[in-house]
Design a protein. Structure first.
Length: 410
């Protein structure tokens, strides 16, 4: 008598295993068997129809408190300042965009975040590191909103909420205390944006204070670093050095690092060595700004690099669907990563490498792992990127997500 499982996925293609079709059997929310030969049985059977089955998608960088706020702003001034003139006026763009926070309220932020997370689930984006601003304008409204939706979507989309002092720590008195309060409320990650400070000394103090909070509360750190067209910015270096000094290697994640595009080669090589020593991956979002981290060179230096959505219809980017296949499709063009090997690497950057950057240890498609998967209507990674359509099925904890119900809610 054959063994019966909870879920069986039949006729699946797997990455880097051309030609063969596999059955994937699940019990009690975990993958138990992956085999070529058919013959297994289960209470629920899904036909992959020779489509690709992989880990789900992970997004390590989304300003979830700001989604769908573009209509509340003067988009001309903020978008033009952030994207124009080699990003030399990025600080002004952030200052202009911060006006929306004067009207922050938990209720409307929750509604916007729900809409974005429904889109994430539909597109198989099941793990998100979500930023919420904390400052004198935003207060803790965004953090409270994201903590609320974190619980509502648990088991479908997992959120890591970042307490993010967007307007600075030295520039914004009281911001560090708000970060502490946010962590006490349940924020998962300590954020930072040291390059926004006016001096290098202030930037270093910004980094020091955020690491102090992280260490005291046993939290990982995510910082937006060097996000402007200024080759003199050095906050990525400050962050890496601080992580090494306080023993936080492997618990730090750097975002953007756009000024890296302008660094001289000798300094870049020194920086790459620091990143390796700090165990610090880099999240890049090349579709949201004209400069971006040096992805190919970082990969060649054995640095973990991943892709983020960054923004959805806000002051910095007018599009976005929480579709990480779409993000990788855009990156393929912007980074000229167009060979088949390049595309496989891009797929890693929105799945396993993004998960590693977020500290997710059970994010793999193999026997014994959590049964979280997407079933695509494409037979290969290049075809998946070509069309960047939503998955046919999204599997969480061994059960198919009701994506049609999510679509119906918009």
């Amino acid at each position: 008598m054959s063994e019966t499982f909870d879920l069986l996925i039949q006729r699946a293609r797997l990455r880097r295993r051309p030609g063969a079709l596999y059955d994937i059997a699940v019990r009690a929310g975990r993958i138990e068997v992956i085999q070529e030969s058919p013959g297994l049985s289960a209470a629920v059977v899904l036909d992959a129809a020779e489509g690709l089955v992989t880990e789900p998608f992970a997004n390590p960088h989304l300003h979830l408190d700001k989604v769908y706020t573009l209509q509340r702003l003067d988009e001309e001034s903020s978008l033009r300042a952030y994207h124009g003139e080699g990003m030399s006026n990025a600080m002004h763009a952030i200052e202009a965009a911060s006006r929306v926070k004067a009207s922050y309220r938990q209720d409307w932020i929750v509604e916007n975040a729900r809409r974005a997370l429904r889109a994430a689930a539909v597109h198989g984006n099941t793990h998100i590191r979500a930023f919420a601003d904390v400052d004198s304008k935003a207060r803790l409204e965004g953090v409270k909103a994201l903590l609320q939706v974190r619980e509502e979507f648990r088991g479908v989309v997992e959120l890591q909420v970042v307490a993010f002092p967007q307007d600075g720590v030295l520039r914004e008195p009281g911001a560090a205390d708000l970060v502490r309060e946010a962590v006490a409320l349940g924020a998962d990650v300590v954020g930072g944006i040291p390059w926004i400070e006016y001096t290098d000394a202030a930037a270093l103090e910004h980094v020091r204070r955020m690491f102090e909070i992280a260490v005291a509360n046993d939290r990982p750190v995510s910082m937006l670093v060097d996000d402007a067209g200024d080759p003199g910015l050095r906050t990525l270096e400050m962050m890496a050095v601080s992580a090494i000094e306080v023993g936080w290697q492997g618990r730090v994640l750097a975002h953007h690092a756009r000024a890296m595009a302008l660094y001289p080669e000798p300094y870049f090589q020194k920086l790459a060595a620091l990143l390796r020593q700090a165990g610090m991956p880099v999240v890049t979002d090349p579709h949201t700004g004209p400069l971006h981290a040096r992805v190919r060179e970082l990969l060649a230096a054995d640095i973990c690099v991943c892709l983020g959505q960054d923004d959805i219809s806000d002051a910095y980017y007018p599009f976005g669907r929480n579709n990480m296949l779409e993000v990788a499709f855009l990156a393929a063009h912007l980074l000229w990563m167009t060979t088949e090997d390049d595309m496989e690497r891009l797929y890693d950057m929105i799945t396993v490498d993004a998960a590693r950057a977020m500290g997710l240890n059970d994010f793999r498609l193999e026997a014994g792992a959590s049964a979280d998967m997407v079933i695509l209507d494409a037979p290969s990674v290049p075809e998946a990127l070509r069309h960047h359509r939503a998955p046919v099925y999204v599997i969480r904890n061994g059960k198919a997500v009701d994506v049609e119900a999510l679509k119906a809610r918009g």
